[in-house]
Design a protein around this ligand. Structure first.
Ligand code: NAD
Ligand code: ZN
Length: 370
């Protein structure tokens, strides 16, 4: 008998995490999607379901989606960040509509659509509701084959092992080895025509991932190598005049990938913890929320904030003001509680003694600046 003890994942000293096993990169590579998924079609009745940001409805991109047999496109708005209830409804819709289990799920869009695709793929093969799996390593069975096609760069959702969902009780990811995409299509041309402000906010998510990872106590050579590269690319994209728009799209796409890889083996920090609170109470979107918070974090990230101010100016972005000014005490307290509940983020940012440094009052004063 083997007397070796099996150590539960959470107690293991080093995490053994999955990476995306297949990735294709290049302008126009989206057109290879049909050929890529063909071997994954179990038979003609087992459809591919394409979850697509509704901003693409009726566009040339939609016409290029390689539909055959009874494949289906489901258009979804990215105006709201994804919820567990939305995932449950999608899974139920797909299961009711298709007698045969689908061959796979393809998510086309930003972090919102990518996260919805990951969560739907998990819930197609695991029983119960999505909220049950919010947390770490709670998913039992491999998910349905799923492909991610980012159309905006920055979140790193294309490479991460999490899908961030707002649930009945909290905003928390389904972090698991089965969350990661089986295939990613990195076609920089898909981000053509993005509104300037959205391009900035989502790209800054990547920049802030780098600052928080590179300045965190969890930093190690693995995270540093990816974080430094992503940081260098962000600086080129947002501060260098010499790049063509095409070069900038390619570089930001790779920055997002490297930024995601950097935090995979470290953690984010103060801006993300506070931004989760903002988003939970006020519904502020992730990229914008990070920017709103980050501008006031010079005491934690002096160099990072100075460079961020330079990027804001160069890109002529004016952030909204007085977001928290009219909040009542109860909302502020909820925001503070949500932020403080993200313990690993604070520990990464401030060290093991973080709770003595970041009191509720100090956090409140920071929120009131926004
Ligand atoms: P998004 O998906 O929320 O989209 C932002 C806006 O851009 C939407 O209005 C969308 O319609 C539009 N858009 C996207 N691509 C476009 C294009 N090519 N042309 C025109 N408009 C386009 O944006 P996001 O910032 O990528 O994602 C935010 C979400 O990602 C949040 O829900 C956040 O929680 C999540 N997130 C996930 C991870 C992860 O690792 N899973 C990491 C960070 C953030
Ligand atoms: Zn982020």
């Amino acid at each position: 008998m083997n007397s070796e003890k099996i150590v539960p994942k959470k107690q293991q000293k080093y995490r053994n995490f999955p990476m995306v096993p297949k990735v294709i990169f290049g302008k126009g590579c989206f057109d290879q999607l049909g050929e890529i998924i063909m071997p994954k079609r179990s038979h003609s009745d087992a459809a591919f379901i394409f979850l697509v940001d509704d901003v693409f409805e009726g566009t040339a991109l939609a016409a290029r989606i390689p539909l055959i047999f009874n494949d289906q496109i489901i258009y979804i708005s990215a105006n709201e960040e994804p919820t567990t209830a939305q995932v449950d409804a999608l899974v139920s819709q797909i299961k009711t509509q298709f007698k045969e289990a689908p061959s796979g799920i393809v998510g086309i869009g930003g972090g919102t659509l990518l996260d919805l695709a990951k969560a739907t793929a998990i819930l197609m093969t695991n029983t119960g509701n999505a909220a049950k799996y919010q947390g770490w390593d709670l998913v039992q069975k491999p998910s349905l084959y799923h492909v991610g096609v980012p159309t905006i760069s920055g979140t790193g959702a294309e490479v991460s092992r999490t899908t961030v969902l707002s649930g009945p009780e909290r905003k928390l990811g389904i972090n698991s080895d089965y969350t990661t995409f089986d295939q990613v299509i990195l076609d920089p041309d898909l981000a053509k025509g993005l509104p300037h402000e959205q391009w900035f906010y989502t790209g800054m998510d990547c920049y802030i991932h780098c600052v928080e990872s590179l300045n965190g106590t969890y930093l190690n050579a693995f995270s540093e190598s990816y974080g430094e590269k992503a940081m260098e690319l962000c600086k080129e994209v947002y501060l260098d005049d010499k790049l063509t728009p095409g070069e900038a799209r390619e570089k930001l796409m790779m920055a997002s990938w490297h930024g995601g890889m950097s935090i995979a083996y470290s953690q984010v920090g103060v801006a993300h913890a506070m931004s989760y609170g903002l988003s939970y109470v006020l519904g502020v979107r992730h990229g914008l929320g990070n920017c709103l918070v980050f501008q006031y974090l010079e005491e934690f990230y002096p160099e990072g904030v100075a460079l961020f101010q330079k990027m804001l100016k160069k890109q002529q972005i004016v952030l909204p003001k007085n977001i928290c000014a009219s909040l009542n005490d109860s909302d502020l307290e909820t925001m503070i509680s949500v932020a403080l509940s993200l313990e690993p983020l604070w520990e990464n940012a401030l060290g093991k003694d973080w709770s003595n440094q970041m009191t509720r009052e100090r956090l409140k004063q920071l929120y009131l600046k926004i």
